[in-house]
Design a protein around this ligand. Structure first.
Ligand SMILES: [Zn+2]
Length: 231
């Protein structure tokens, strides 16, 4: 069964793609839940050749699958590596392949299929690809996507959808916060300016600002003595 894939991001390379598809059996935005029953788990695993179509799958197997999916999603959200506690819950054993110690599923059936998913996550952690697998930052999405960018800075599964919505929400919050602030007048009430002094009557401070004396008017304090009489 093909999953709905938002955006144009490339799928994770194998075998990490198996982990990506397993995580995306639940997608909040579209209300998708492929692991809604033991039969749903069998359908999903058989479609990927992990088990036979008539393999026995019970409720305990579904509970184990859901616990594994939740744990892997939490690890991705926290940007943490696959922990050993997760490994202990699944049938695994060590093997030597090409001179290298590797984990392999122990047994067969649906639990071995879940072990293969976990091993794919551990292998991705070894080669550095695990940290490129991310959950979309949109709370109503959380799609697991692969970030192939050089600086590994991708945040959204789809920039045109989840990224644009987040930017619109951020803009709306800023606008509301700005409108909740008091107006500038209320924040810093203006004091009435004191009246301007009457500069017309004020004496000029500097002599060169004084108005020129009228030569026709007698100077203050001087008497008009008239023409001087000869003695
Ligand atoms: Zn998204």
């Amino acid at each position: 069964m093909s999953q709905p894939v938002p955006g144009q991001r490339p799928a994770a390379p194998e075998p990490l793609r198996l982990v990506q598809e397993f995580l995306n059996t639940r997608w909040e935005r579209a209300g998708v839940e492929e692991l809604d029953s033991p039969r749903g788990l069998l359908r999903w695993a058989a479609a990927r050749g992990l088990v036979e179509t008539d393999a026995p799958v019970g409720q305990s197997d579904l509970d184990l699958a859901l616990a594994l999916r939740d744990t892997l999603r939490e690890l991705l959200a926290a940007r943490r590596p696959v922990e050993t506690g997760v490994l202990a819950s699944l049938p695994l054993r060590c093997d030597i392949q090409a001179g290298r110690l590797v984990l392999v599923p122990d047994g067969a059936g649906i639990t071995a299929a879940l072990a293969r998913i976990l091993i794919a996550g551990v292998e991705a952690e070894r080669d550095g690809r695990w940290e490129r697998l991310k959950l979309c930052a949109a709370p109503d999405c959380r799609w697991a996507f692969y970030d192939p960018s050089r600086n590994r800075s991708a945040t959204w599964c789809n920039m045109a959808v989840c990224g644009s919505r987040a930017k619109a929400r951020s803009y709306y919050r800023r606008q509301r916060a700005a409108s909740a602030l008091p107006t500038p007048e209320l924040r810093s009430p203006r004091r009435p300016r004191p009246p301007e002094p009457c500069r017309a009557r004020a004496a000029p401070r500097h002599s060169w600002l004084r108005p020129a004396a009228d030569p026709r008017r007698p100077r203050r304090g001087s008497r008009n003595r008239g023409p001087r009489r000869p003695g």
